[in-house]
Design a protein around this ligand. Structure first.
Ligand code: ADP
Ligand code: MG
Length: 696
């Protein structure tokens, strides 16, 4: 047996449970062992009945004198009532809605019970206690000491898990192999793997549980870190085109940019330029909220690469954004003799100094292959379309954080010349999502990161108000006032993660409501389920002022720029991440008019209001991202995708000091033994881990 043995091999687990466990994605004994408690009950040691105090949580041991099911007269509730006796007295016990208990617990049985001592008209009683029979040589798992509580799941109770884990963990304790290097266990004061697993399920103290959990988190993060560091190292061995940067080129491009770069932009650009001049490929993530000026940086980098005689590819997640990049960048390149292509599923355009015209898709692809197109802009599908470049040196992608060696190589034309060194292009990813430092460290450690934290020009402050549902009318009146003076408004409906269908139907009823209220104005609707063409038309109409109020789901996050929009109402604001709200709000007040944002919520919860208040105070979205991570966990940043990492790990990703320790240890090991030759168990586990997780 090892941890990979399928649960079918264990006779303790019946066919019913096999099925239920598989629903929980538990397929091997290792999966079962790593199904960790979400919390613990701390029941302590049993006391004598005479010492029981009303209002306390207590554990007692005694004999059942009487047990019966009764129905309460007033509330028609089903109760199981029992009398328990020890050497010092008798106590009444009541369970609610568990009539089957009397089949298991009988008069004369010795039991251990843990629960709260309450009082009613009929006197004191132990309310709904955890219970178990006292049988010789059987450990008490459910009612004494520290008792693990597992995530609630239908059909797999904590009681059953305690029973099965207690037995299997003890039976196979010595089959649980260590793989962390001894020196790390010593330097980090971590318990061995088998002890940690056992302690995590059955700790004697809460401190023991904490240390055990830390060890299990550590090992997962350690594998993640090793994987990332090894990939980074392998990438360094690859060759990329070395870009020479002439002073005259810098002067030329500076002249065609109509503004001065901000300090953050300058720093980011410098970091990118340093990477481009190296022989190994760049892998850099450029973070900065919408409007912070990433595109211009991408354009300058592209210019420098093209001046060296190489090609550049820029990819965006949607057609609209690809087009926006095309317009923005070709405007900056107006003075240069470059051929720029735009390729999306519905458009293929070629532009140079002389003219801009539609050409056949295949023609554009051919010209790219022949090296005639200097810059090709398109959607992410450029990767899938089997387009190859003659001498591609830089790939820039929006919102796709990783781009592996194979993906990069697939864009380059295969060289016939055997002696010619095959190079792979430099890679720059741009993202509007601020990634908290700890996540950047653990998940994006293979990428170098540049951040643009400040916005160009002093953008006007956006007046932000948190409002309950009763103020809705006042808000709508305010919108009316703004529209009458020529402005435009967004109404953003909540995300409904559970059901996209519900989300759309909620949006539609809001749209009808607004249309009724604003009969004299033009109201538009936008949601993710609409066809790309429809979406595009609505966005264009809004941008051109043909629509006064746009009712939409959060799809407007894609960077559309409408300087005339001044009001944004965000409904169900509590459902959004803080960084997301901040980004949404950034869509108003972009022009010369003051902006207003109303965060609407039905939630009476103080925490919600406090969270939303943070938006009013925040200096930038990076700050909010850190807060979000603490309050909501990493989901907002890592998205809905399955990374293949366990939940208990995801829940510990805000511990920056632990993450730093892990990184340090991983670096140390790789420096000492780059191929992990002397760590065969570690290597084996790393291999399995790599198969399990999906970073790309
Ligand atoms: P992002 O790509 O980060 O969303 P953009 O690059 O599209 O942001 O920039 C938003 C707007 O700000 C554009 O109109 C751009 O021309 C302008 N801009 C960028 N950098 C500066 C700057 N340093 N000073 C003034 N305007 C700038
Ligand atoms: Mg942009």
């Amino acid at each position: 047996m090892n941890l990979d043995s399928p649960i079918e091999n264990f006779s303790n687990i019946g066919p019913q449970y096999l099925k239920r466990l598989k629903k929980l994605n538990i397929r091997t004994i290792g999966d079962l062992f790593f199904h960790l408690p979400s919390r613990y009950e701390n029941f302590g040691k049993p006391i004598k009945i005479k010492d029981a105090q009303i209002g306390n949580n207590i554990t007692i041991e005694g004999e059942i004198q009487k047990i019966e099911n009764i129905t309460t007269f007033k509330k028609r509730m089903l109760l199981t009532q029992a009398l328990i006796k020890d050497t010092t007295g008798v106590i009444r016990v009541v369970w609610f809605n568990q009539p089957y208990l009397i089949q298991n617990l009988k008069k004369g049985d010795k039991v251990s019970l843990a629960g709260k001592l309450n009082i009613s008209d009929a006197g004191p009683f132990l309310s709904n206690p955890s219970y178990e029979k006292i049988i010789k040589n059987k450990t008490l798992w459910h009612t004494q000491g520290i008792v693990p509580v597992y995530p609630e799941t239908k059909g797999v109770s904590s009681r059953w898990l305690r029973f099965i884990l207690w037995n299997l963990l003890r039976k196979y304790y010595f089959k649980i192999q260590e793989f962390l290097p001894e020196e790390i266990l010593v330097s980090q004061k971590l318990p061995p793997r088998n002890k940690a697993l056992f302690s995590c399920h059955f700790p004697k103290t809460l401190q023991e549980a904490k240390v055990a959990k830390k060890r299990l988190v550590f090992e997962e993060l350690f594998l993640l870190e090793l994987k990332i560091l090894i990939e980074k190292r392998n990438l360094k061995k690859e060759k990329a085109p070395k870009i020479k940067i002439k002073k005259s080129s810098m002067e030329k491009i500076s002249k065609s940019i109509p503004f001065k770069l901000t300090q953050d932009q300058k720093t980011a650009l410098k970091e990118i330029m340093m990477d481009l001049t190296k022989e190994s490929p760049m892998s850099r993530l450029l973070e900065g909220e919408v409007g912070s000026g990433k595109t211009v940086i991408a354009a300058i980098a592209s210019f420098l690469v093209i001046e060296n005689g190489y090609q550049v590819a820029i990819m965006a997640p949607t057609e609209i954004l690809a087009e926006q990049h095309f317009k923005e960048i070709s405007k900056l390149f107006n003075n240069f003799d470059f051929n720029i292509g735009l390729l999306t599923s519905s458009l293929s355009i070629k532009k140079n100094k002389a003219r801009q015209n539609k050409i056949k898709k295949q023609e554009l692809i051919n010209e790219t292959q022949e090296g005639k197109i200097n810059l090709l802009i398109g959607t992410h599908s450029l990767i899938q379309e089997k387009i190859t470049f003659k001498n591609l040196a830089l790939v820039i992608i929006d919102e796709q954080h990783r781009f592996g060696v194979k993906q990069r190589a697939s864009l380059c034309q295969k060289s016939n010349n055997a002696s010619k060194q095959i190079t792979i292009p430099h890679f720059l990813s741009m993202t509007a999502t601020p990634i908290p430092r700890s996540l950047a460290l653990s998940f994006y450690g293979d990428l170098d990161i540049s951040q643009i934290r400040q916005l160009p020009r002093g953008r006007k402050k956006i007046t932000t108000k948190i409002i309950g549902p009763i103020y809705e009318n006042e808000t709508l009146n305010f919108i009316e006032k703004e529209i009458k003076s020529g402005r435009q408004a967004f109404i953003v409906c909540p995300i409904i993660e559970e059901s996209k269908k519900l989300e759309v139907s909620a949006l539609k009823s809001e749209y009808e409501k607004i249309k009724n209220k604003f009969k004299n104005f033009s109201v538009g609707m936008l949601h993710g389920k609409m066809k790309p063409k429809e979406k595009e038309k609505i966005m264009k109409d809004f941008k051109e002022g043909k629509i006064d109020i746009l009712v939409s789901t959060p799809v407007i996050e894609v960077g559309i720029d409408v300087p005339n929009a001044t009001v944004m109402v965000i409904k169900g604001a509590e459902r959004f991440g803080l960084a997301q709200l901040y980004q949404l709000r950034g869509r108003v007040g972009r022009g010369k008019f003051e902006g207003y944002c109303f965060l609407m919520t039905d939630s009476p919860s103080k925490i919600t209001w406090r969270r939303l208040k943070a938006i009013e105070k925040a200096k930038n979205s990076f700050e909010l991202a850190e807060k979000d991570l603490k309050i909501r966990g990493p989901g907002d940043f890592l998205g809905e995708r399955q990374w293949g990492l366990p939940d208990f790990l995801m829940a510990s990703l805000d511990d920056i000091s632990l993450l730093e320790e892990v990184k340090k240890e991983a670096q140390k090991i790789l420096e000492k033994d780059p191929e992990l030759k002397n760590y065969s168990e570690l290597k084996e586990n790393l291999k399995k881990f790599s198969q399990k997780i999906h970073l790309e």
